[in-house]
Design a protein around this ligand. Structure first.
Ligand code: ATP
Ligand code: MG
Ligand code: MG
Ligand code: MG
Length: 474
């Protein structure tokens, strides 16, 4: 079954169960400043769950484009290293706004998996929240799940969109890819392996968490589910990794062509094939690379892709050349991508040209520092210099270090940032113009003037979890 057929089968199944098919919203959440990007299918329905946005339906289904590269759900560091994480992916979901609850949600999911998709029951594993007797009873007594493939878990089974917003206990369904793959069942010490891959999460939405952390009951218990299209495609296509599905094989082939590096199992090539999707869709949704907020996250992802291309030996700009291949794979399902493809390629090319100027120097500096390093922690000053002078986001340096088994001195890095902020503040008593000049002059000594364009405007910086580390007003 191709990805497109799975998407279609899912929407049709839920439409037949009385759900209204709602099209994917933008990756930039409509009116939610608490959230960086749409990170789940429920995001466009947040206010519906909260009872603030009445709709003419109580059941909905969607295939929602999602990005998890910052904020509460951040998978950036996993990409290329696990078989199942992307920065961009599609989440298939069904939603009940105060209509059906646990019983129907569990039954719908089980019927779709075992009947519509025809997955063997013996390959499925289920977890529920540690406190959830009701869900356990439904799974065991009504569905007849084998108790051998069932467990109760704590944090993993409490789902929340972000630090605030709708949340509730959940039930996760896993697919067992078999003993050839390393990993243990959910809750076991080896659960981080990729043998048991979570495919579907059913959330029993019951609360709205407010800024003080208090859980306030929702107007009515509701249902939010999310199933990763790429993970299910892997299952249906009889492959283990998401990167082996139809769509990714073609993107990997394109990445191999533009980088001149031909091994589609290489993590760097996978990172590139992954990142073109998030970057292209973010640009199509109106995000542009910049030094703050969403634009900075986009810039981080683009630079990460460029750096990986560089390690594979790509010469000159290559990343923007993947837009056509992506359009072939996804342009039909997403007309907004097709329409924006020239603009996307232009934005990426510009970013590639801009970053190329400093990438070589920065990499050389980093490699030298790593070669000379005694111990396993890269000093904060080096991380800061790379960031400040060469435009290396923190997590790009972390990415290189990870490949070498080296940790970063995050505290030292933050101290450097604070010191720089202090200098900027001190300078600002001379007025904005003067402060920029002083900042530039102050650094001209060791950087060369040209490379400073970027650092002069740096405003916000986030760590790999998307938390803001510091704000700089240079
Ligand atoms: P995992 O534990 O594997 O990181 P999760 O519990 O964080 O997944 P949910 O927040 O429950 O994921 O999201 C619902 C579904 O979306 C998951 O069951 C999975 O199928 C899919 N999904 C989640 N994160 C990703 C990702 N980074 N890439 C691809 N699919 C994903
Ligand atoms: Mg996760
Ligand atoms: Mg999980
Ligand atoms: Mg989950």
């Amino acid at each position: 079954m191709k990805s497109a057929d799975i998407r279609q089968a899912f929407l049709k199944f839920f439409e037949e169960q009385g759900h209204t098919v709602v099209s994917s919203s933008s990756l930039v959440p409509g009116n939610d400043p608490t959230l960086l990007f749409t990170n789940a299918g429920m995001v466009p329905f947040k206010d519906v769950f909260l009872g603030r946005d009445p709709r003419p339906y109580v059941r909905a289904t969607s295939a929602q484009r999602c990005v998890r590269a910052g904020g509460k759900h951040n998978d950036l560091d996993n990409v290329g290293y696990t078989a199942r994480h992307h920065t961009f992916f599609e989440m298939l979901g069904n939603f009940s706004f105060g209509d059906y609850f646990k019983r129907e949600a569990i039954r719908f999911a089980w019927t779709f998996l075992t009947e519509t998709l025809g997955l063997p029951k013996s390959k499925l594993w289920v977890t529920v929240h540690i406190s959830d007797d009701e869900a356990e009873r439904i799974w065991k007594d009504e569905i007849g799940i084998d108790p051998e493939r069932f467990s109760r878990l704590d944090e993993d089974n409490f789902w929340q969109m972000g630090d605030t917003g709708p949340c509730g206990p959940s039930s996760e369904i896993f697919f067992d890819h078999g003993p050839e793959v390393w990993g243990g069942p959910p809750g076991s010490p080896e659960e981080d392996g990729d043998r048991y891959i979570e495919i579907w999460n059913l959330v029993f939405m019951q609360f709205d968490r407010d800024a003080s952390g208090t859980l306030n009951p929702l107007p009515k218990p509701s249902i939010d589910t999310g199933m990763g299209l790429e993970r299910v495609a892997a299952v249906m296509q009889g492959v283990h990794s998401n990167y082996e599905i139809d769509l990714f094989q073609n993107l990997l082939a394109a990445a191999a062509e533009v980088t001149g590096f031909n091994n589609t199992e290489n993590p760097s090539l996978r990172v590139i094939a992954d990142h073109i999707r998030s970057c292209a869709f973010l640009i199509a949704d109106g995000v542009l690379p910049s030094n703050e907020g969403r634009g900075y996250v986009l810039r981080r992802i683009i630079r990460r892709a460029i750096r990986h291309g560089h390690t594979l030996g790509a010469e000159g700009p290559f990343f923007h050349r993947l837009v056509d291949a992506l359009d072939v794979e996804m342009g039909e399902a997403y007309p907004e991508l097709r329409e924006a493809r020239e603009q996307i390629a232009r934005v990426l090319l510009k970013e590639e040209e801009q970053f190329a100027r400093t990438l070589d120097h920065g990499i050389t500096l980093l490699e030298t520092a790593l070669d000379k390093l005694e111990g396993v922690v890269l000093p904060g000053e080096t991380v800061f210099k790379l960031y400040d002078t060469y435009g290396f986001p923190y997590d790009l340096t972390a990415d290189v270090c990870r490949e070498r088994g080296v940790q970063l001195d995050e505290e030292g890095f933050k101290r450097e940032l604070d010191a720089q902020r202090e200098r900027a503040r001190a300078a600002s008593q001379f007025g904005a113009e003067a402060s920029i000049n002083i900042e530039l002059e102050g650094k001209t000594d060791f950087t060369g003037y040209e490379q400073l364009e970027d650092s002069a405007q740096v405003i916000a910086l986030m760590d790999s979890a998307g938390n803001e580390l510091a704000t700089l007003k240079a």
